[in-house]
Design a protein around this ligand. Structure first.
Ligand SMILES: *Cc1c(COP(=O)(O)O)cnc(C)c1O
Length: 352
């Protein structure tokens, strides 16, 4: 080993789902929305002029921040935006988890959490989900340096009641509790109303799933003004201009089409519920989902095997190794047509 290698930060990175470059793939592996964003987003995009690129964007992303504050009925200074919620979450770990005590998150959850903890050298402990893959709020009563909960959780798809999340927040007044609500629009119970009650709560959301804008990279955090200011200070200590002028404009435009948004959500929830039944008919145990994906294990066929067989048929789903979840597939809810193709492939593989 060369001497200089000792000084390199070594990390084991998060592995995102595959983004296939070939055509004809049915992509049910990264929980993107199968429908396009609102026509208002296209309209806003068309109006962008090429000469804007000579200038830096607004470092405060005010147009987008103000639109979000209005949409959620918050005061000015309660919203922070970033390059996808991964950016917002990474900055939140750096800003709020600054104690020597371990932070807490479940053993089965978004697999980026341990990666951020490692890269920032934050100690962590992972209370186990119960036998039904549910978070036990009482596990979060031990001493800790902060808490992050995805609600609904991924990859389990299961949501907690607001009162259960509140139990975790209220029993931890001395640390910041981050609630990652990436999937909440698909039927979860948001803790947003609790912002008035708890100073230590930060709610994080994304445009990537429910708003059909994964490619635009927009995420945001909502909390009391001191938390948002602390996040902003850390961000401005790294990179002032994170949001491009396009993402600011189209992000704000997306909020102007509530009808389209609600219709899109209803459609996905409908497809999700019918797909759950179809999977159960074929011998899968499917967890109750409040998200835009299903977490399902077949009684006989192994997860890895199904994943590979589907992949050969150009249907991409997600499979995670791991003791408790190795037999499960995480299947994004696509269009009805995409799901039909999935069931046809499963029938072929399972020999129906
Ligand atoms: C998808 C996802 C995110 C990150 O999404 P971005 O595209 O970075 O906004 C964060 N948390 C969870 C639980 C997710 O599933």
């Amino acid at each position: 080993m060369n001497k200089w290698e000792e000084n390199i930060r070594k990390v084991v990175p998060y592995v995102p789902g595959e983004q296939p470059q070939e055509s004809g793939v049915i992509k049910l592996n990264t929980n993107e929305n199968p429908y396009p964003p609102s026509p208002k987003v296209y309209e806003a995009h068309r109006k962008i002029e090429i000469d804007c690129y000579a200038l830096y964007p607004d470092p405060a992303a005010s147009e987008l921040v103000t639109a979000l504050e209005q949409y959620y009925g918050l005061e000015h200074g309660q919203v922070f935006v970033g390059v996808g919620s991964d950016d917002v979450l990474a900055l939140s770990f750096l800003t709020f988890f600054n104690s020597d005590k371990p932070i807490l998150f479940p053993d089965v959850t978004y697999s980026f959490y341990p990666v951020w903890a490692d890269v920032y050298r934050i100690p962590y402990e992972c209370p186990e989900l119960d036998e039904n893959f549910r978070i036990k709020p009482e596990d979060y009563r031990r001493e800790n340096g902060g808490i992050v909960i995805a609600n609904p959780n991924a990859p389990t798809s299961i949501g907690m009641k607001r009162s259960e999340v509140e139990e975790i927040i209220s029993s931890n007044p001395d640390v910041i509790v981050i609630v990652d609500e990436a999937y909440v629009d698909f039927g979860g119970e948001t803790v947003l109303p609790l912002l008035k009650k708890y100073e230590n709560l930060l709610v994080v959301r994304t445009y990537s799933k429910s708003r059909s804008m994964a490619g635009a990279r927009i995420g945001f955090a909502m909390g009391n003004k001191r938390l948002i200011q602390a996040l902003t200070d850390v961000k401005e200590s790294i990179n002032s201009y994170t949001m491009t002028m396009e993402s600011i404009r189209i992000g704000a435009a997306s909020l102007e089409d509530e009808d389209y948004f609600q219709r899109n959500l209803r459609k996905i929830v409908e497809t999700r519920e019918s797909a759950k039944k179809e999977l159960e008919k074929r011998g899968f145990a499917v967890l109750p989902s409040q998200t835009n994906f299903l977490f399902a294990a077949h009684q006989k066929a192994e997860g890895q095997y199904l994943f590979e067989e589907l992949r050969q048929r150009k249907i991409f789903v997600r499979h995670f190794n791991g003791e408790r979840i190795g037999n499960y597939l995480r299947i994004t809810v696509g269009t009805d047509e995409q799901m039909k193709r999935l069931f046809e492939a499963l029938d072929e593989i399972l020999g129906e």
